[in-house]
Design a protein around this ligand. Structure first.
Ligand code: HDD
Length: 720
């Protein structure tokens, strides 16, 4: 079930439908409802005469156009969103009184917006970046927003550093270069002076920062929150979203190319999946920490640069979210939606995480500038399904027509309405956390363990994942021009793991500095009360957390994967049909890619519709490639440099490649003896010269389900 619009809107659309039925001809009108006679010509004095200022129709249209843009979000400007619902598996009353987590029969409407952080609204989806994962639950108790990311930690520990972080990563102010990229001096200058960012840096340099699909990303609430039961018992909670399609990424070389081929890659993928009825699904997970265990860990639960390893506190999956409806209008919904980390419902409360505390101010403030005033909650996408009664009045673009003369409380003239709910009528009551402290500007000592969890993350990665992190750092720092910034950063990496620093330094052609000077603002005397804690070395007890590696995420079949079938005139159509059938049965989508558009004439005389000509697509748009036989088809494909490049690139990006009949010869022509690796079959290359297509298809499907064949990456590669 998707989000219900308020009743009056339903009534209005019914009226509109009736109106349209009565009026077969829908006339163009001004915004005042005046029917427009001619929308092609402005009002002029004579046939060639000047346009008259009197033309109120022209002026209304152009004025509206001139005002059609609103300030884009200062961060997370580029996004895509969808409607859906959330359903809890069983009552969580033992953990929280939150209404939407009580009844398994109840579906709570949601609107979810995914985003990149650094780029402008028109930037590429495939930037190396954190992805925003913001969920608005339209609950019966009011809107609850879980405004998270696809990474469980953050760059900084205190909101006061957020403007600095964002200024550093955004395009540099003198020339506005580079767009949607962290690979530049100001970002790494800041990072090299912020040891607390090192854990997050491991995540953003990993392939998590270049997801295969928004549907294949985990989501995290990041901060520690509180769950509160009806009896008032508080527990700490971390929130997780676990995608049922598994967690998958592309590789960096591929990301760069997708950005050129289709900058809307993620947005399109989400839209098409929902349009096809392949509704993306995530399970909602919670990690629960009892109040008395607050200080049990080596890290502070209030520090957003730390996660709770799943091995220490398992993720309990308590419900499921399904996205099943695309927005009707990008601007009205995806652009105007206003999330806020402070939109909570009874049963969910905050902790004193200093990053979270600052966010509680920022989100309303940003909506005021972005959406133009204090009434943004009245925009349809932001409206609560729970009735809203209060004495807030007026302001820019007020929609509600409040009646009566009472707009204050307490009152008697309005019968005392609206009345305070009180805790017994499920009014929100803040958790009465005892606080007895001195004011100061500082943090607790545990916040200074900056490197242990960075090392934990790096240690937990598979070989190929580590190799990708090293390459990403080489790329990013390779774009940095100031040698001192590179040196400081590599010095910082050495604090995490000396081998990591060595490998990065080798690619940069530099030595790992022996000592790192951190010209932090140490000259500023610390607050009189604050202790001057220093960064700690990696805690020697750090091991590995298998849950942090994408390599350990369960395999999940090939549902919704996209497979290219390379073919030309004369293709063996029976092979094409057999493969298409097998792939469709496994839930994947196949597309015919050919040297020309229109139709192909198969060897047996039937016609096959072409989905993409080679000019309009490339291998980076697909998860795998199949090349059916047919001597004429293979001869024609063999003459196309783009075809050879297509196959080589798929190979280099470690994708599964299958061929049958003469198709095997084309694979061999693309990169030699690709099916053999020292006498062993090469991983993910399936050549069935004489095999039946459905036998090859079964192996093909199993191989695609592994996502990529990383063992190939360690070998010498043809250039992509
Ligand atoms: Fe934020 C947007 C997530 C820290 C200030 N943030 C925004 C969005 C997401 C996040 C997903 C986009 C929502 C949408 O799709 O419209 N932000 C996070 C996470 C953080 C975080 C997971 C750390 C754990 N943010 C953070 C801090 C501040 C902000 C510390 C400020 C002190 N964030 C904002 C903002 C934005 C925003 C400026 C820009 C657009 C908006 O709010 O609506 O207020």
């Amino acid at each position: 079930m998707s989000k219900k619009m308020p009743q009056e809107n339903d009534a209005k659309s019914a009226d509109l439908a009736r109106f349209l039925q009565d009026n077969t001809e829908q006339c163009l009108t001004t915004d005042q409802g005046l029917r427009i006679n001619d929308d092609q010509n402005s009002l002029k004095a004579g046939e060639r005469g000047p346009t008259l200022l009197e033309d109120f129709i022209l002026r209304e249209k152009i004025t509206h156009f001139d005002h059609e843009r609103i300030p884009e979000r200062v961060v997370h400007a580029r996004g895509a969103a969808a409607h859906g619902y959330f359903q809890v598996y069983e009552s969580q009353a033992h953990l929280t009184k939150a209404g939407f987590l009580q009844n398994p029969a109840e579906k709570t409407p949601v609107f979810v917006r995914f985003s990149t952080v650094a780029g402008s609204r028109g930037s590429s989806d495939l930037a190396r970046d954190v992805r925003g994962f913001a969920v608005k639950f339209y609950t019966q108790e009011g809107n609850y927003d879980l405004v998270g990311n696809n990474m469980p930690v953050f760059f900084i520990q205190d909101a006061v550093k957020f403007p600095d972080l964002i200024h550093a990563v955004k395009p540099e102010p003198h020339n506005e270069i580079p767009q949607a990229a962290s690979a530049h001096d100001t970002f790494w200058d800041f990072i090299s002076l912020m040891p607390e960012s090192m854990h997050m840096i491991m995540w953003v340099m990993s392939d998590r920062a270049i997801p295969r699909s928004l549907r294949m990303m985990e989501g995290f609430g990041v901060h520690t929150f509180r769950f509160i039961t009806a009896e008032g018992k508080s527990r700490f909670v971390k929130f997780h979203w676990k995608p049922l399609l598994g967690v998958h990424s592309v590789v960096w070389n591929e990301a760069l190319k997708i950005s050129g081929q289709d900058p809307d890659f993620h947005r399109r993928d989400l839209w098409e999946a929902i349009d096809n009825g392949d509704f993306p699904e995530w399970e909602f997970g919670v990690q629960i920490i009892e109040e008395e265990d607050e200080h049990r860990f080596d890290f502070d639960l209030l520090d957003a640069t730390k996660l709770i390893p799943e091995e220490l506190a398992p993720v309990q999956r308590i419900g499921k979210m399904v996205l099943n409806r695309n927005p009707d209008n990008y601007f009205a919904e995806t652009e105007q939606v206003a999330y806020h980390a402070g939109h909570v419902v009874p049963g969910i409360d905050f902790t004193d995480d200093p990053l979270l505390q600052g966010r509680l101010f920022s989100y309303t403030d940003t909506q005021l500038i972005r959406l133009g005033g204090p009434n943004f909650h009245e925009i349809p996408i932001n409206r609560s399904v729970a009735p809203v009664h209060n004495n807030q009045r007026d302001g820019q673009m007020r929609q509600a027509v409040n009646t009566g003369r009472v707009s204050y409380s307490p009152n008697t003239l309005g019968g005392g309405c609206p009345m305070q709910a009180g805790a017994d009528r499920s009014g929100f009551v803040s958790y009465p956390e005892p606080i007895n402290a001195q004011k100061w500007r500082g943090k607790s000592e545990k916040f200074f363990d900056h490197f242990s969890q960075a090392a934990l993350f790096f240690n937990s990665q598979a070989d190929w994942e580590q190799a990708h992190i090293v390459k990403a750092l080489q790329f990013e720092l390779g774009k940095v021009e100031a040698p001192a910034v590179r040196e400081r950063t590599v010095g910082m990496l050495a604090q995490i793991d000396p081998t990591l620093a060595d490998r990065v330094a080798e690619g940069l052609g530099m030595a790992v500095p022996v000592t790192v000077e951190l010209p932090l603002n140490r000259s500023v005397p610390a607050d009189a009360n604050a202790k001057d804690y220093q960064p700690k070395p990696v805690n020697p007890s750090v091991g590995a957390s298998p849950a942090l590696s994408m390599a350990n995420k369960p395999a999940d079949g090939i549902r919704t994967r996209k497979i290219a079938i390379l073919a030309a005139d004369g293709v063996d159509e029976s092979a094409v049909t057999a493969m298409q059938k097998a792939l469709a049965a496994a839930g994947a989508q196949s597309r015919i890619v050919a040297p020309h558009g229109g139709k192909l004439a198969g060897a047996g005389g039937t016609f096959i519709k072409v989905d993409h000509s080679l000019l309009t697509t490339s291998s980076v748009m697909f998860d795998a490639v199949y090349i059916p036989g047919g001597p004429h088809s293979i001869a024609a494909l063999g003459n196309e440099a783009d075809v050879l490049h297509f196959i080589q690139e798929a190979y280099n990006h470690c994708k599964t490649i299958a061929a049958t009949g003469e198709g095997c010869e084309l694979v061999a022509a693309s990169f030699g003896n690709a099916d053999r690796d020292g006498g062993q079959p090469t991983a993910g290359i399936l050549l069935g010269r004489d095999a039946a297509t459905d036998v090859v298809a079964a192996h093909f499907i199993a191989a695609i389900a592994q996502h990529r064949h990383w063992s190939r990456e360690m070998k010498a590669q043809a250039p992509a």
